[in-house]
Design a protein around this ligand. Structure first.
Ligand SMILES: [Ca+2]
Ligand SMILES: [Ca+2]
Ligand SMILES: [Ca+2]
Length: 842
């Protein structure tokens, strides 16, 4: 069977190619327009508001496998930014008879409705914009139809507007104008993305080019798209003038005073004849242990016929290469838009340098060796975590990563304030007045992620993760100099103290200061104005370091140089959450254990706050409607009850935990098994025995994943990609293997590692900016993302699912947080995974 298929391969390929050349765009079963090499999606992914302008929505084009165009929508500015209004999708109808998709768009703030109808016409789509009522007067000259092109796929390429050739700029440097603020279209919740420096005017980009027919990437058939409009002028803009994450925007203004069909575009993406996507050979860029299973997962275009075999080649010490292994390629099946085959090369065990060959595809090299996993957390621990230490200057060799941020401290957030980063302040529940300085908060703590706020919940998780790392694995690594007195951190300078202890101390310093000065835990310490929230670069430059004095004029400094009238100070959002107080109480108790003997004073302060918050939080919860339903003690979370038992020794917490753990395991073993195993060191052997059948059940779950997707790990499909779940899956599998080695082998945790380090959809780069990987990802959504760079040791969310069938992780464009960010809680969880895995295979 296989042989005869192979014999016919050239004919089949030829047939596929010819069918491709002639085919028109067709509306497929998944409700998008398709021909080989071109997918045109029409609101498969809707704008969602909240974080706004996700660059993931509207009319989108996946062009030869890369999503290069998105944002097709009626928009209210030339180059919309994050926090500019996005339209709600009121209706989406797929009309199979005439091959069209219609969507209704609405801006409730302006009571403004429009409709888009997208119809396949040969190899193009026609986009018609309809209005039932004219554009509202206040949006005339602002409302237009926009579509956006990914800069990193178009810069330096040519475009032709009405026959005139030009080139997309590598960096933005085109003309702008300013307009009075009264003309600025309302932004999300009335926030302003810009600081007008007292001018009363906002910046508006001017077009790069104007005409009626635009051909983009005339010099690259894979990216060439022709757009024309008979009734409207096309204007090409550079969105990066206003925001580094802006795209090139093509737009036509909607005419004033008209209804019915007000605008039409024809858009034709070129398809390369006979194109098939190059196979993505997934393997671990960090390499393999000699004895571990080694399986490459190869992602194939559906028109690509799988090959019968693949090969492993060895790079010899003298630079020669030599074939080390050839073996069969086995089909796994289809998973969303691609077909998957696997190549098992576990037989190759000799340490050395190798690469894989699948047909014409040759991978980069990788190492087989017994120490390949030894360095997987070094960059995270030595570089990423210390760079995210707030309220410190952080130096590395010749480079200052950032100065000391937020020297002026934090003000009480005013009552009833909504916040752009999804927090809110209710009534003021502290002894401070609105905008009064809350003393002592500008110490310790970690930046949340690609932004610079202290998310209290995340910082609590950070300390818990670090204590867990310390208590389980005692990492003595010392590569970081930390002086809380000098407020100075120096990377790669040992100072005689294990770094993890210093990171615990740094996290606790801020959280204890919150408990002591606010009286309870804040929700967040965050920016008060949007125009400094989207800051890129040195955190010390976000605010002016001077206390805000409303008696001074904005941008004015006091005579003594200590205060200013610029309202840039950070705010503390203090609304009390007793659940958060209890989490803090358990964390403080754990941290107190870890800090005793290193910083006894802080250990004592943490323990004092732990006891107080535990008492107050428990009482508050008991009084709340939800708390009384939960029997007035504990708060329903079995992990917290276990932690409370460990730190207090009080039997009722253990009773609560034991009452919760078995039903939770019965409901969902894979969600609860980690929390159940966390109790093993504190309970007797009978508990461990009682857990055994659940671990056996968990093993069935682990094996079942091989049928769910070709990678055999849980792949999330949410709006934030799922490498965090893979890390947590790997940690749990490591502990299951440690406690029950006869049931769960190490191969599941190693599979999670393989996924993180390159064996995943879309491309085969390591998702961790990690020491030890041959080809780590090169761009991340860190605070240096404007430089298209990364902070070593960051863990990307990874491969983001786009509806209805596309996985994606850009490695030339850092600005999609759902793919490329990385958080302080997630990256400290990765430390535990790394330590657990290293411990397991040692
Ligand atoms: Ca944040
Ligand atoms: Ca140290
Ligand atoms: Ca200030």
């Amino acid at each position: 069977m296989r042989k005869s298929l192979l014999l016919f391969l050239p004919l089949v390929a030829l047939a596929a190619c010819c069918r491709t050349v002639d085919s028109d765009l067709k509306l497929n079963d998944l409700e998008y327009f398709e021909r080989q090499g071109v997918n045109v999606l029409v609101y498969s992914n809707m704008f969602s508001g909240g974080f706004n302008d996700e660059k993931n929505s509207g009319i989108e084009i996946i062009h030869h496998g890369v999503r290069t165009v998105q944002g097709g929508a009626v928009r209210l500015s030339n180059t919309p930014e994050q926090w500019d209004l996005v339209p709600e999708t009121t209706v989406r109808n797929v009309n199979r008879e005439d091959g069209s998709i219609e969507v209704g768009l609405r801006y409730p703030h302006y009571d403004f409705d429009s409709r888009l109808v997208v119809t396949a016409v040969g190899k193009a789509v026609r986009i018609d914009v309809y209005l039932d009522k004219p554009v509202p007067a206040e949006l005339e000259g602002d409302a237009g139809f926009n579509i956006e092109f990914l800069p990193s796929q178009y810069w330096n390429k040519s475009y032709v507007m009405d026959g005139k050739a030009n080139r997309f700029p590598r960096y933005t440097a085109s003309l702008t104008t300013t307009r009075p603020n009264e003309e600025k279209v309302y932004q999300y919740k009335g926030y302003k993305t810009y600081d007008d420096r007292g001018t009363g005017r906002f910046v508006d980009p001017l077009p790069l080019s104007t005409g009626h027919e635009l051909i983009v990437a005339t010099d690259d058939p894979g990216r060439l798209i022709k757009i024309s409009s008979e009734d409207a002028e096309l204007n090409l803009y550079d969105g990066r003038l206003l925001a580094q994450n802006g795209w090139y925007v093509l737009r036509s203004l909607l005419p004033a005073g008209q209804t019915g069909k007000v605008l039409s575009w024809t858009l034709e993406p070129n398809a390369i004849p006979g194109w098939t996507r190059e196979p993505n050979v997934g393997f671990s860029q960090v390499g393999y242990l000699p004895g571990q299973p080694k399986v490459a997962v190869i992602e194939l275009d559906k028109l690509d016929k799988p090959r019968a075999t693949a090969e492993v080649w060895q790079v010899k010490d003298d630079g020669r290469t030599e074939r080390a292994f050839s073996g069969p390629v086995k089909s796994w099946g289809d998973y969303y838009k691609y077909h998957y085959v696997k190549f098992d090369f576990s037989a190759v065990r000799e340490p050395g340098v190798y690469f894989l060959k699948y047909g014409d595809v040759q991978t980069n090299d990788f190492i087989i060796g017994d120490d390949v996993l030894d360095r997987i957390t070094d960059a995270t621990s030595d570089v990423w975590i210390p760079i995210h230490m707030n309220h410190m200057m952080v130096n590395e060799a010749y480079r200052i990563w950032h100065g000391e941020p937020f020297k002026e401290g934090y003000l009480q957030a005013p009552a009833n304030t909504d916040h752009f980063d999804l927090h809110s302040q209710g009534v003021i529940d502290t002894k401070y007045k609105a905008l009064q300085l809350i003393p002592g908060l500008n110490v310790g703590g970690f930046f949340d992620a690609g932004d610079f706020d202290i998310e209290t919940g995340s910082n609590i998780s950070v300390v818990q993760n670090l204590v867990s790392d310390w208590e389980r694995f005692k990492p003595m690594r010392d590569e970081t100099f930390v002086s809380e007195e000098q407020r100075y951190v120096d990377l790669h300078r040992p100072d005689g103290v294990p770094d993890v202890l210093q990171y615990i101390e740094h996290g606790v310093l801020n959280l204890v200061a919150q408990a002591e000065n606010i009286g309870h835990m804040s929700q967040t310490l965050s920016n008060s104005v949007l125009d400094n929230y989207h800051h890129l670069g040195d955190a010390a430059a976000i605010t002016d370091g001077l206390h805000y004095d409303p008696r001074l004029k904005p941008y004015q400094k006091s005579a003594d140089g200590k205060s200013s009238g610029t309202p840039d100070d950070m705010w503390a959002f203090t609304t009390r959450n007793p659940g958060l107080d209890l989490q803090a109480a358990t964390m403080f108790a754990a941290a107190s254990r870890a800090l005793t003997g290193y910083n006894d004073d802080l250990a004592a302060r943490a323990l004092k706050q732990s006891k107080r918050l535990m008492k107050e939080g428990t009482e508050l919860l008991a009084k709340s409607p939800m708390g009384s339903r939960m029997r007035g003690r504990g708060f329903g979370n079995m992990s917290t009850n276990l932690q409370l038992y460990v730190c207090t020794g009080e039997q009722h917490y253990l009773d609560d935990f034991l009452q919760q753990v078995w039903p939770a395991l019965d409901r969902n073993v894979e969600m609860s098994i980690q929390a159940a195993m966390d109790a093993i060191p504190f309970l007797d052997d009978a508990y461990k025995q009682k857990l055994r059948p659940y671990v056996e059940q968990y093993k069935h779950y682990l094996d079942s994943l091989d049928h769910v997707n070709p990678y055999g790990v849980p792949i999330g499909e949410g709006n934030w990609a799922g490498s965090g779940s893979v890390v947590s899956f790997g940690t749990t599998a490591s502990f299951a293997s440690k406690y029950y080695p006869d049931i769960v082998g190490p191969e599941y945790a190693l599979k999670a590692a393989g996924y993180m380090f390159g064996c995943h959809p879309y491309h085969n780069y390591s998702l961790v900016a990690a020491v030890g990987a041959t080809r780590p990802k090169q761009v991340f959504y860190g605070n240096n993302r404007a430089d298209f760079s990364f902070i070593p040791g960051n863990v990307a969310p990874g491969v983001l699912f786009r509806h209805p069938d596309h996985f994606e992780n850009f490695d030339d464009w850092p600005f999609l947080w759902g793919q490329n960010e990385g958080t302080i809680a997630g990256n400290t969880a990765y430390l535990i995974f790394g330590a657990a895995l290293q411990n397991l295979v040692r």
